[in-house]
Design a protein around this ligand. Sequence first.
Ligand SMILES: [Zn+2]
Ligand SMILES: [Zn+2]
Length: 168
Amino acid sequence: MSHSRLTDTYPKRLSWHEYFMSVAHLISQRATCKRAHIGAVIVRDNNILATGYNGAPTGLPHCTDENCIIYTSTHPDGTVEENCMNTIHAEMNAIIQAAKHGVSIKDSEIYITASPCINCLKALLNAGIKTIYYDKPYKIEHISKILALSETRLIQIQPENLTIKRSG
Ligand SMILES: [Zn+2]
Ligand SMILES: [Zn+2]
């Protein structure tokens, strides 16, 4: 009997990008805000340091029709956007998790299922995140000016070989 090769038995081995973006999509399934399900994974040297998804602060009510607190804000370019005041974004929660457990995230990378909003981007810059990998673009034009002035890189990766289906 011949030995079957690894590839006969298992699907193709995931690349690191596929692996971490798959993890980010899996984590997004824990999100509780009805408006968006986002997942984030902070990584250094191919090790996961912290994770986050968007949702209400610990112990506070999850978003429901009553609890989603929608507010609108107007960007300087005139575009109006809606956000939920009840939730903390996935990237913020990943930074908070690292702080809570005393994990340094300086010079790390983050995988997010969607590109960060301007507030999360500013926090990621100050946390020392050097590369932001995202899957779905979200109002990139709002963060392009800050990005151009920073050393942090924003790179879209949309791996075909995700182990988990994209949600939303
Ligand atoms: Zn909400
Ligand atoms: Zn955000």
